[in-house]
Design a protein around this ligand. Structure first.
Ligand SMILES: *[C@@H]1O[C@H](CO)[C@@H](O)[C@H](O)[C@H]1NC(C)=O
Ligand SMILES: *[C@@H]1O[C@H](CO)[C@@H](O)[C@H](O)[C@H]1NC(C)=O
Ligand SMILES: *[C@@H]1O[C@H](CO)[C@@H](O)[C@H](O)[C@H]1NC(C)=O
Ligand SMILES: *[C@@H]1O[C@H](CO)[C@@H](O)[C@H](O)[C@H]1NC(C)=O
Length: 398
């Protein structure tokens, strides 16, 4: 009796101590936690209950006196248009090689790169961005170009620039405009992509924007796009990727993504896809281009600016479970036969390309037994907590 009582007391003591400890930790973290929780609650309420973001159009519209023409299109507002330093107007149309002269471009692949990232560009050309692979193995006409600004460091600029010109002489796939290539100029890079697409590659059925540290499973992507085309209706009005819904602006000054109340006073952003990699259909690309001419581009977070443009044009993003946001894919054949994009690859792009496009990957998913095996593996990889950052658990069941 007495022993039992003592044991209970001991348990309670431990419980009390733990509770105290947890409370202390909560107190220490409170300020962050509080801010985080509250801002998310507020942004979700905003997104799902209150607002249709009608205000965006008028608050981001450039005032009419900034346009030189009544129709609003084809006007240089100064803010949005930088001159080209390197350009390839013929990249999408005529060319010397036979298959390149074909007009029906399935996919214009725009990779956002920085002047000094030449190794990443080379890895992409050799793997998922290989145009001749897409043509000979997948029957798809893909055009790969890299979007660049100029090196922000004046001291290194001329050396980096001559290396770029050299690289471009060999590969002819760099598109560079005269703005500083910095994080806060990413929106200029977004505008470059849609402007170039509009000027030189209007016939492309789809446009993809991608970071230079992502991996794209080109065979799976091409298959997906061709399926969309075969069901005509869905090849229009498409904006697909990893969707952020009701995301709140970051107000912490120290954050890279900090946005001031002056720039964006509301509690949540319109829906947008993660900038790491998304695809739009040709008609949406044209609409976004027009929106970039009409709206104030001071919102420097490029994927949010894309959301604002899309909202103004009545386009909504669509979720695809195998487009990743921040996350890196689990390395496994049962993932490879579904994956479209994965984020955070630089050194392992070549090895991943080898593994993920190996013909045996598809062999693995044939037959009932191997299908069940793969489903189980996907649940283990995607639904358990340790791989939090990749595809959602839902992807395991598709
Ligand atoms: C690109 O793909 C073609 C066709 O599959 C292949 O012959 C070529 O070696 C590839 N290029 C590189 C750099 O791997
Ligand atoms: C963006 O590029 C322009 C043009 O080069 C430059 O004037 C501006 O300072 C850059 N902005 C940032 C935030 O780097
Ligand atoms: C765009 O918006 C910013 C911030 O709201 C403002 O300071 C700027 O004057 C605007 N630019 C134009 C051209 O309207
Ligand atoms: C927003 O502005 C664009 C261009 O001026 C217009 O076409 C569109 O209908 C507007 N959208 C809304 C919701 O007012």
């Amino acid at each position: 009796m007495f022993m039992n009582f003592r044991r209970i007391r001991k348990c309670q003591c431990i419980q009390l101590l733990t509770t105290g400890l947890v409370l202390c930790m909560v107190m220490v973290c409170w300020e962050d936690l509080d801010h985080h929780v509250v801002s998310h609650m507020r942004s979700y309420t905003y997104r799902y209950l209150v607002n249709s973001y009608d205000f965006l159009n008028s608050s981001f519209a450039l005032s009419s006196k900034q346009h030189n023409r009544k129709d609003g299109y084809d006007v240089d507002v100064g803010l949005v248009s930088y001159p080209y330093l390197i350009n390839h107007p013929g990249k999408c149309g005529g060319g010397s090689r036979d298959w390149k002269s074909r007009d029906d471009v399935l996919l214009l692949l725009f990779v956002k790169s920085s002047p000094e990232n030449s190794e990443r560009r080379q890895a992409i050309r050799d793997t998922w961005g290989n145009e001749s692979f897409a043509w000979s193995e997948l029957g798809a006409s893909v055009r790969l170009v890299f979007a660049l600004g100029v090196h922000p460091d004046v001291g290194r600029r001329s050396r980096v620039q001559s290396a770029l010109l050299q690289e471009d002489k060999v590969y002819g796939d760099l598109i560079q405009q005269d703005f500083l290539d910095t994080f806060h100029n990413l929106t200029s890079k977004l505008i470059l992509q849609f402007q170039w697409g509009h000027e030189y590659c209007r016939q492309a059925r789809f446009l993809m924007s991608a970071d230079d540290d992502i991996f794209v499973h080109m065979p799976n992507l091409v298959k997906y796009l061709q399926q969309l085309l075969s069901r005509q209706s869905e090849a229009k009005d498409l904006w697909v990727g990893h969707v952020h819904r009701g995301a709140p602006p970051v107000r912490r000054k120290a954050s890279k993504y900090h946005v001031s109340y002056d720039l964006y006073p509301w509690s949540s952003y319109p829906d947008y896809t993660a900038g790491a990699g998304y695809v739009v259909s040709g008609d949406v690309a044209a609409k976004i281009y027009h929106a970039t001419r009409l709206l104030n581009s001071s919102m420097y977070i490029d994927d949010v600016f894309m959301g604002i443009c899309a909202k103004a044009m009545g386009v909504s993003p669509q979720e695809h479970v195998y487009f990743s946001g921040e996350g890196k894919t689990p390395y496994h054949p049962c993932i490879y036969n579904h994956m479209i994009t994965s984020h955070g690859h630089a050194s392992d792009v070549r090895s991943l390309w080898q593994e993920a496009t190996d013909p045996t990957v598809y062999g693995n998913s044939r037959g009932i037994m191997s299908n069940m095996y793969c489903a189980a593996v996907r649940v283990a990889l995607l639904c358990l907590p340790y791989y939090q950052n990749t595809y959602s658990c839902m992807a395991a069941f598709t």
